[in-house]
Each structure stands twice: as structure tokens, then as C-alpha cells.
Design a protein around this ligand. Structure first.
Ligand SMILES: [Zn+2]
Length: 485
């Protein structure tokens, strides 16, 4: 009985061992398959090429500066060089995207149109694959773009020679940017892309409700977006080659007469110093209503360096964890949406405004009267550019034109939640502010007050936010449909 039991028990043990062995073998085979799939996926993710290029764009001579209408003389030296940079990325299908960043107040639609056309001819780069972003530093040169604009030069009392210098600078800049795109493409080499993000806290909402309406003052209770999105580019052996990073904040720590990239310039400098050979590209976010604080006073350059350090630290923090691999394919779309302005002032109102004590009001009224004279009407719409780029299922980049207030970034990230969403402002055409409906209704500088310093007639109509958001969603649907086909 005992022997029988022992025999049965031994048979059971042998069966169990065979089953266990079969299970281990099956599990091993399964693991090999899964690991093969993972390797295949990793390989696919590594199947990128990337190239970078950088060039100095600091004017060689003293030059009129852009950003503050009250400046009354040309620049006097520099804190550091202003730069233009480009990164080209090519997915496994050979589709190429180029992002160009500049340490300037903004690039106009006319610059975008010229570059788009020339890059199309020279490099066969379709418009949706070119993204331009300006850091919005207020310590860069004034570009001669329109007859009357805070983004150009005509608000200031420049001599004809100074105006000519500005025209020449812009012509040279166009050529440099075109070459830069080519250099980034020539630099294409196998790469890995990954995404991560961290935070930096020095941007504060700058719209405060006062007895005199909304004024530019620090508002600790206003909406902010402290996200620091980071796209990292490594060589296949894991060596860091470039970082593209963003932040939603005005580059307005400085307001002096020296060329300076403000906190965005310092942040790029610090990252490149910490990682020799790496190119750091700053992409301005929706910081239309965000200012760096503290700012101003005798210590302001020190604050500026500290903000730059805080932003660089944000990028370093984002580089610390294992970043999310970014796979292709890349898909992009760009389109204009026709934004409506509120009712423009009548001829009678403009003729009244032309007698104003305020020289900007006088100049704005004159600009609109001239438009009325030349075209018979004041423009009622604006062709607003929206661009969307999908990096596989791993990252969606939304590039909005103008000085975009933070509400757009917060809203789009919430509405497109489920994968990382990067919302950039100051892209492709810096023409003026893009207020949300809330900001438009509250009033103040970003709502329409700032239009006084542009050739545009006045505030946008209340349809502004819906039109932009609808266009973003339309393009997101378009690129995702493209990807499925
Ligand atoms: Zn601004």
C-alpha cells in the first residue's frame, strides 16, 4: 500500500516535472517572441534621422531694437549672441520636418511666405513640414516688416539709413535661415527621439484686474502653464545630440539697449554649456499673458540669468527620467482660418482719434485712414495660421501664430488628453495677440489694447477662440486620418 502510494506519488511528480518543463519552455519561447516584438518596436523607434544647424544672427553694427515702443536710440553692445537654429527630422518613410527657432521678437507672415516658397524650391520641403518659432526676446533687432508695427520699426523715429539697415538685416536673415534649413538637412544622421517634460515656475500671469481695468501686473491667481516640454534627440548609441524645449512666458525680463536672448537665450546657453556639442532649441509657448517675475530694477539682468537657469534646470529635470520613445511616422498639416475683427472704427471716429494727445493713437488712426483711402475699406478679417504635427502616437505638436494667451494651451491639452500635447505660440506669423474669449471679454492689453501698435483695426470678434480651436481639431483629425491610410 505504502509502496503503491509512493509509486503513484513518483509518477505524479514526474508528470508535474514534465509539465513544468513544458511550461518553462513555452514561457521561454513566448518571452523570445515578446522580446523580438519589443526589439522590432525599438528598432522602428530608432529608425529616425536628425540633423541640426545653428548660426549667429546678432547684428554686426548697432541697430534699432524691437519690442518696446519707448526705445529712442539704437542698440549698445550685447550680453550674448542671438542665434537662429534648425533641426531636421526624417522618419522611416523619408518624410522630413524642419523646425527653425530664432532669438527674435517674431517673424512675420511675409518672412514665413518667402522661406516656405524658397525651401520648397531648394529643398523640396512642403509648407506643412516647416515650422518657424520666435523666442519673443524684446532685446533683438527691429525687422522692417510693415509700415506701422511694434514688431517692425516704424513706431520709432528712425533715420532713413537706420530703416535701410533694418531692411538689409531682414534680407540677410532670410538668406541665413534658408541656408540653415539646408545645413540641418545635410546633417541628417541616424537618431532616436524621445519625449519628456518637467516644470519651471518663474512665469506668472500678468493680467490683474484693477480699478483701471485689466493692467499688466503680476497676478499670482491667474492661469499659468509651467510645463517644460522636451524632445530629446540621441544618436543610436545613446549620446545626446539636441534638445528642443518650450515654455509659456514672455521674454521680457530685460528692456535695455543690449542684444540679449533674455531667459530663453540664457537657458539655451546653459544647456549647451552643460552638454558640449549639443544644440538646444527654444520653442516659445502660449506666453502672451505670462511674464517672468521678478523683473525690472537694477538686478534685472541677474533675474534674467536666474530665470534662464530655472528653465535650463527644468530641461535637465526632464532629461533625467527615462523619456518616452517617440516613434514615427510624422504627419503634418497647416492651414489658415479666417478670424473676424470686431466692428472697425468709422472714418469720423478715426478723424477724431487723429487729434489725440497719444502719439500711438494718432499713428494708428492715420494708418487706418490711409488704408481706407487706398483700398476703400478697413480689413475685417485676418488669415490666421494653424499647424499640427503628429509624431506617431507619441506626441502632438500644435503651432499657433501670434502672441497666444495661455488659455489656448490649457484648453487644447485638456481636450486632446491621452498622449503628450505640446502647444507652441509665436509660430509662423507674429502679428499681434491672440486672446481667448475670456481675455477678450475682460479687456486690457492682450484683449485688443495692443492692436494700437499694429496696423490691424482693433480687437478680434468674440468668435476668435472657437474658430482657432475648431481649426486645430480639424487639423488633428486630418493628420490622424493621414496616419491610418
Ligand atoms: Zn509680447
Amino acid at each position: 500500500m505504502n509502496r503503491q502510494l509512493t509509486f503513484i506519488s513518483q509518477r505524479k511528480t514526474a508528470m508535474f516535472e514534465r509539465m513544468l518543463f513544458s511550461f518553462v519552455v513555452a514561457f521561454f519561447i513566448y518571452c523570445q517572441c515578446v522580446s523580438g516584438k519589443v526589439e522590432a518596436a525599438t528598432e522602428q523607434r530608432m529608425d529616425w534621422k536628425a540633423g541640426v544647424a545653428s548660426t549667429v544672427i546678432t547684428p554686426e553694427q548697432p541697430m534699432w531694437m524691437a519690442g518696446y515702443a519707448a526705445r529712442n536710440k539704437p542698440s549698445e553692445g550685447k550680453v550674448h549672441d542671438l542665434r537662429a537654429k534648425a533641426i531636421a527630422m526624417e522618419d522611416a518613410q523619408g518624410t522630413r520636418l524642419v523646425i527653425v527657432t530664432v532669438d527674435l521678437l517674431g517673424l512675420s507672415r511675409s518672412s514665413r511666405d518667402w522661406l516656405e516658397k524658397e525651401a520648397g524650391k531648394l529643398y523640396n520641403l512642403p509648407p506643412e513640414w516647416l515650422l518657424l518659432n520666435a523666442s519673443h526676446t524684446h532685446c533683438g533687432p527691429a525687422l522692417h516688416v510693415t509700415r506701422y508695427s511694434i514688431y517692425g520699426d516704424s513706431l520709432c523715429d528712425q533715420t532713413p539709413e537706420q530703416k535701410q539697415q533694418s531692411v538689409q538685416y531682414l534680407d540677410d536673415l532670410h538668406q541665413k535661415l534658408l541656408q540653415l534649413i539646408g545645413s540641418a538637412m545635410e546633417d541628417l544622421a541616424p537618431a532616436r527621439l524621445s519625449y519628456s517634460h518637467a516644470r519651471a515656475g518663474f512665469a506668472m500671469n500678468r493680467r490683474s484686474n484693477t480699478e483701471r481695468g485689466y493692467q499688466i501686473q503680476p497676478n499670482p491667481d491667474g492661469p499659468v502653464d509651467h510645463d517644460v516640454p522636451v524632445l530629446r534627440i540621441d544618436s543610436p548609441d545613446g549620446k545626446l545630440r539636441a534638445v528642443v524645449f518650450g515654455y509659456a512666458c514672455h521674454c521680457t525680463t530685460m528692456s535695455f539697449y543690449e542684444f540679449c536672448g533674455d531667459h530663453a537665450g540664457f537657458a539655451q546657453q546653459y544647456i549647451e554649456q552643460a552638454h558640449p556639442g549639443v544644440t538646444a532649441l527654444y520653442v516659445a509657448g502660449c506666453g502672451g499673458d505670462q511674464n517672468p517675475y521678478p523683473r525690472g530694477g537694477p538686478r534685472t539682468l541677474e533675474y534674467c540669468r536666474e530665470h534662464g537657469r530655472a528653465l535650463a534646470n527644468g530641461v535637465e529635470t526632464a532629461l533625467t527620467p527615462r523619456a518616452r520613445p517617440v516613434a514615427g511616422p510624422i504627419r503634418a498639416a497647416i492651414d489658415t482660418v479666417t478670424l473676424e475683427f470686431a466692428e472697425p472704427p468709422s472714418r469720423e471716429q478715426l478723424e477724431e482719434q487723429i487729434k489725440s494727445e497719444n502719439k500711438y493713437q494718432r499713428a494708428h488712426a492715420q494708418t487706418l485712414l490711409d488704408e481706407l483711402e487706398q483700398t476703400g475699406k478697413i480689413k475685417t478679417t485676418y488669415p490666421y495660421l494653424v499647424q499640427v504635427i503628429d509624431f506617431g502616437d507619441d506626441l502632438t505638436m500644435i503651432a499657433l501664430a501670434g502672441e497666444v494667451v495661455v488659455d489656448y494651451s490649457l484648453r487644447l491639452k485638456a481636450e486632446l488628453a491621452g498622449r503628450p500635447v505640446w502647444v507652441a505660440g509665436y509660430c509662423n506669423d507674429v502679428f499681434g495677440y491672440l486672446p481667448s474669449l475670456r481675455v477678450l471679454q475682460e479687456g486690457g492689453y492682450e484683449s485688443g489694447g495692443a492692436m494700437l501698435y499694429t496696423p490691424l483695426p482693433g480687437p478680434f470678434a468674440p468668435s476668435v477662440e472657437k474658430l482657432v480651436i475648431d481649426k486645430v481639431h480639424e487639423l488633428v483629425r486630418e493628420v490622424r486620418t493621414l496616419k491610418e491610410n
